[in-house]
Design a protein around this ligand. Structure first.
Ligand code: HEC
Ligand code: HEC
Ligand code: HEC
Ligand code: HEC
Ligand code: HEC
Ligand code: HEC
Ligand code: HEC
Ligand code: HEC
Ligand code: HEC
Ligand code: HEC
Length: 333
């Protein structure tokens, strides 16, 4: 048994040494981690160096022009006085860590994220840079939205570096027309009409919502960042959308006209038509598309018949959206 003792001792001391080494190593590791997190505590107000991030001050030495065009925007102002770690990254919050770029003395290939048509980053990569900060609020339903799935980039519609027009400052922005430019490449509806050519044609038609007059614009009804509702609508159905402004049409009615309660778009197209009152089809055909079995409408009438006068079924059926009159079952009053 005697000969085993030195072995035991050796084993014990080996274990001890191992533990000591581990402790020492983790102490070093903790120290390194400390030096890495330390600057965050004593951080300067604006962006800063951190790992592969070099900080806005470094970028500005070569890109003063971009800084000038960025610092007066809503985002630029916030990144000069950052509140979160992401905002502290400044330029690199969007363009990615710039260490390699700076060490190479610049160059288009060395910057991790570039935007626009000649960028080698995919649209998804470009958008991810924005979504780091903007995935909540109005962007909650961006993922899988029509625009996302057709690879539309945030920067197809937005520009982020521009001089802030005086009229855009706080109060001015809220009292300005709907078509005012808010970090957008173009004002509405032109912005949307670049791609939605069909809508462009419709807006020129004789009957249209007051887009040109600036009372309604595409985002009065749609959220281009996506929504849980059909057709990126702000409201859950077409009717809820219409009724949010045309409240007098909501009812309840004693006598309901079923197609009205079902969908305003049965008869109207809100983007514009060549018929009066945004009707998809002129009267009486808009009525006849459903009422084929009734007596007077579809029956052959003398040319001068009062039933066809001025093509106006609503000359008599004036309460076509619903009636509250006790004898309004035919929407005559
Ligand atoms: C909010 C995201 C964002 C931030 C922050 C940002 N950029 Fe950009 N940068 C862009 C986009 C998007 C473009 C593409 C052109 C455009 O839309 O203005 C761009 C373009 C550029 C270009 C190409 C030349 C040009 O002007 O088109 C340079 C250089 C540049 N940025 C440098 C910087 C520097 C330096 C900073 C910090 C002062 C910075 N960027 C901050 C998003 C950003
Ligand atoms: C030592 C000078 C220098 C520094 C520092 C520097 N850049 Fe650059 N950067 C350049 C040069 C030079 C180019 C190439 C310009 C060109 O080819 O038109 C460039 C190109 C870029 C581009 C692409 C421009 C384009 O046309 O698409 C972006 C974006 C950019 N820099 C952002 C940054 C950011 C962000 C920082 C800070 C992390 C930074 N740069 C720091 C010199 C610098
Ligand atoms: C580091 C965080 C951050 C990143 C990254 C970022 N933003 Fe912003 N952005 C903000 C903050 C903060 C505001 C101001 C308040 C708000 O809307 O939350 C803002 C505001 C905006 C606005 C509204 C401007 C206005 O006039 O009201 C637009 C548009 C915008 N960002 C687009 C973008 C786009 C496009 C990108 C990507 C190229 C991007 N942002 C990347 C933080 C960021
Ligand atoms: C199809 C065009 C289009 C695309 C694509 C788009 N936006 Fe917008 N965005 C707009 C319009 C238009 C407004 C102004 C809305 C308003 O004034 O009601 C806006 C407003 C904003 C605002 C400020 C107001 C708000 O809603 O908080 C931010 C931030 C913003 N967009 C970020 C983004 C980001 C991030 C992306 C990419 C994921 C993106 N946008 C993609 C058209 C677009
Ligand atoms: C008054 C509300 C309203 C306004 C303003 C509006 N839309 Fe719409 N939009 C709708 C409704 C409601 C639908 C769904 C119609 C339907 O179900 O037939 C729709 C559908 C769409 C569709 C999908 C069409 C399809 O056939 O799938 C597109 C694209 C569209 N709108 C683009 C636009 C553009 C671009 C503008 C600005 C010029 C705009 N809209 C303004 C209410 C509106
Ligand atoms: C860069 C091109 C582009 C721009 C700019 C653009 N769109 Fe689109 N939009 C598309 C594409 C592509 C689709 C998918 C169309 C399709 O599937 O037929 C689409 C689809 C839509 C739809 C239909 C959604 C659905 O569920 O059917 C609506 C609504 C819409 N866009 C509204 C807008 C509005 C509002 C604007 C302006 C703020 C706008 N778009 C700007 C390209 C664009
Ligand atoms: C954002 C508010 C808003 C929404 C949402 C809205 N409208 Fe309108 N609508 C208006 C305004 C403003 C007018 C012009 C009224 C005026 O000049 O008195 C108008 C006018 C009309 C007209 C009369 C057009 C003419 O030629 O006289 C019809 C019809 C109409 N809207 C139907 C609809 C339908 C259908 C919907 C839903 C798809 C809808 N509206 C959603 C604001 C809205
Ligand atoms: C069955 C077809 C039909 C449906 C469905 C319908 N409308 Fe109409 N709407 C008409 C007709 C026809 C006129 C023209 C009335 C006239 O000439 O007196 C009209 C006119 C209007 C007008 C403008 C004139 C006015 O009286 O203010 C508005 C606004 C309107 N409709 C809103 C709506 C809304 C909102 C809905 C959905 C809740 C809706 N309509 C559903 C047939 C319809
Ligand atoms: C999308 C189909 C549709 C369209 C378009 C439509 N209607 Fe109707 N309408 C109905 C339905 C469904 C009823 C309920 C029929 C019933 O109760 O037997 C109805 C009921 C009526 C009634 C009462 C009939 C009764 O028997 O009590 C009148 C009057 C009427 N519609 C007139 C019109 C006029 C005028 C138009 C054109 C402005 C029109 N409708 C367009 C579907 C439509
Ligand atoms: C001169 C007034 C007048 C005009 C114009 C008129 N109607 Fe009527 N309509 C009536 C009256 C009154 C009734 C109810 C008495 C009846 O049953 O004949 C009625 C009943 C109806 C009914 C219910 C019929 C049934 O079988 O119960 C429908 C549907 C209808 N009209 C549709 C239309 C359509 C569609 C037009 C346009 C082509 C139209 N009306 C034009 C006066 C008119």
């Amino acid at each position: 048994m005697e000969h085993r003792r030195p072995f035991k001792l050796m084993a014990l001391s080996l274990i001890f040494m191992g533990v000591a080494t581990l402790a020492w190593a983790s102490a070093i590791a903790a120290q390194t981690a400390n030096t890495e997190t330390k600057p965050a505590v004593t951080a300067p107000a604006a962006s800063q160096a951190d790992g592969d991030y070099v900080g806005m001050e470094t970028c500005i030495t070569c890109h003063e022009d971009q800084h000038k065009r960025f610092k007066n925007t809503v985002m630029g102002k916030i990144m000069e006085h950052p509140r979160t770690d992401l905002e502290k990254r400044g330029c690199e919050a969007c363009h990615g860590p710039g260490k390699a770029h700076v060490e190479a003395g610049g160059g288009k290939e060395t910057i991790p994220v570039r935007f626009g048509k000649d960028s080698k980053n995919s649209v998804a990569e470009q958008n991810a840079a924005c979504l780091d900060c903007h995935s909540k609020g109005n962007r909650l339903f961006w993922k899988g939205s029509q625009h996302d799935s057709r690879a539309i980039a945030c920067v197809d519609c937005h520009q982020v570096k521009q001089e802030l027009h005086p009229a855009l400052s706080s109060e001015g922005r809220y009292s300005s027309p709907l078509t005012e430019n808010r970090g957008l490449k173009k004002s509405q509806p032109e912005l949307c009409l670049q791609c939605h050519q069909m809508r462009k044609a419709q807006l020129q038609r004789s009957s249209h919502m007051p887009y040109r007059e600036g009372k309604v614009t595409c985002t009065s009804c749609h959220n281009p960042h996506g929504s849980p509702n059909p057709k990126q609508l702000l409201q859950s159905t077409t009717n809820e959308n219409c009724l949010s402004c045309h409240t007098e049409r909501r009812g309840p009615f004693l006598w309901e006209h079923p197609p009205v309660m079902e969908n305003c778009a049965n008869c109207h197209d809100p983007h514009g038509t060549s018929n009066p009152q945004l009707l998809k089809v002129r009267m009486p055909r808009v009525c006849d598309s459903c009422h084929v079995a009734t007596r007077h409408p579809t029956q052959a009438q003398p040319l001068g018949s009062i039933k066809n006068f001025n093509r106006g079924c609503t000359n008599c059926h004036s309460a076509i959206h619903g009636s509250n009159h006790p004898s309004g079952d035919k929407f005559l009053r």
